[in-house]
Design a protein around this ligand. Structure first.
Ligand SMILES: Nc1ncnc2c1ncn2[C@@H]1O[C@H](COP(=O)(O)OP(=O)(O)OP(=O)(O)O)[C@@H](O)[C@H]1O
Length: 344
């Protein structure tokens, strides 16, 4: 088997929280934002990560590049474990692993020109490069992402949201990374612009053989761009499969609920489908349910689900559920009745 680009095992991120009113001598509370995540990413592959707000998607991404402290392993293709590297050691890998953030304008320094912004990672990683060469590479990458190279001396506020995201992508690409982590890269953009940025990412990924980790709320967008998709719930992996399998035959009840909310383009199929509602809110990661963390909202929960944490089982299609498989009509009806009984 070819060695994966990134092999993540039991990755955990725990924040230590103090609340107003906590006694100074009391121990901080633990918030388990990422609770033991395993996945592999092949070179050139796009892995989508989906899950409700607060499920730990951004924290997982940030842990991979050392922006938040983590435990576990994240083995890079050269054998290095990215977890626990010092900032100085991580610098070497920051050229290989770049990040594109959600809010394009906020992530660009307003006092720097577009040329300076895009050049910054290049001059950090290759301080000996001549100015003319840097400028040449910046113009080349601007052209590649659909920006006019003669706009090199303009400032971020002179660009639209979509163009700012292209600047962010150019900045990530200029150091020729092997992996770009995109954290909700299009959710702040108008719908009409979203498709352009997604198509740009797909084109660049194919042309340059990049791997992408693509985090998004919008399941249709994730389906469109991803080879495989990982479903995260309360910091834990519920299911990982190829995009086709995950969307076609989801096995985990949580995935089925998420997928049932995705609109189907065919109006007849859309009208005929059953939406599986998720009752209640995401439980607090400070006090997660015992056993399977999804059990408190699961239409199929049984006593064992409160007692044992389900292992992530399978080869290409992996599911962490004691009772995987399609929900029955009775289970869906039960979920609907439970949601309807909730106070508005
Ligand atoms: N720096 C931090 N300190 C304390 N708690 C944090 C911190 N960052 C994130 N959290 C908490 O960790 C949990 C996971 O947050 P995270 O932002 O990773 O989720 P997410 O799935 O990316 O959500 P969203 O889709 O809204 O961005 C949440 O409960 C959040 O409040």
């Amino acid at each position: 088997m070819t060695k994966p680009l990134l092999d993540v095992h039991d990755l955990r991120v725990t924040f230590h929280i103090r609340r107003d009113g906590d006694m100074p001598w009391s121990a901080p509370r633990q918030l388990h934002a990422v609770g033991g995540v395993d996945f592999r990413l092949k070179a050139g592959e796009t892995l989508g990560i989906v899950g409700e707000s607060g499920s730990g998607k951004s924290t997982l991404a940030r842990a991979l590049i050392g922006l938040v402290p983590a435990t576990g392993e994240a083995e890079w293709i050269d054998g290095a474990d990215l977890v626990g590297l010092t900032p100085r050691q991580m610098l070497k890998y920051r050229a290989d692993i770049q990040m594109v953030f959600q809010d394009p304008l906020a992530s660009l320094n307003p006092r720097m020109t577009v040329g300076q912004i895009i050049a910054e990672p290049l001059t950090t990683h290759h301080p000996g490069l001549k100015r003319a060469e840097v400028k040449e590479r910046v113009k080349d990458i601007m052209d590649r992402v659909g920006l006019l190279p003669n706009q090199i001396n303009r400032y971020p506020h002179e660009f639209s949201g979509g163009q700012c995201q292209r600047i962010g992508i150019a900045r990530a690409l200029i150091v020729e990374p092997k992996l770009i982590i995109c954290d909700e890269p299009v959710s702040a953009l108008d719908v009409s612009i979203q498709a352009q940025v997604i198509n740009l990412l797909i084109r660049l990924q194919r042309e340059l053989g990049l791997a992408l980790i693509f985090i998004a709320h919008d399941l249709s967008v994730v389906k469109h761009i991803s080879d495989r998709v990982l479903v995260l719930y309360l910091g834990k992996v519920m299911e990982i499969a190829s995009s086709k399998d995950l969307y076609g035959t989801p096995q985990h009840p949580y995935t089925q609920a998420l997928m049932s909310a995705v609109p189907i383009p065919d109006p007849a199929q859309e009208a005929a489908k059953s939406v599986v509602p998720l009752s209640g809110d995401l439980p607090s990661p400070m006090n997660p349910p015992s056993g399977c963390v999804f059990r408190t909202r699961c239409p199929r929960a049984a006593p064992v689900c409160a007692e044992q944490v389900p292992a992530l089982i399978g080869d290409d299609h992996q599911t962490a559920c004691h009772f995987p498989g399609p929900l029955t009509e009775e289970e869906i009806a039960g979920a609907i009745a439970r949601a309807e009984a909730e106070p508005a």
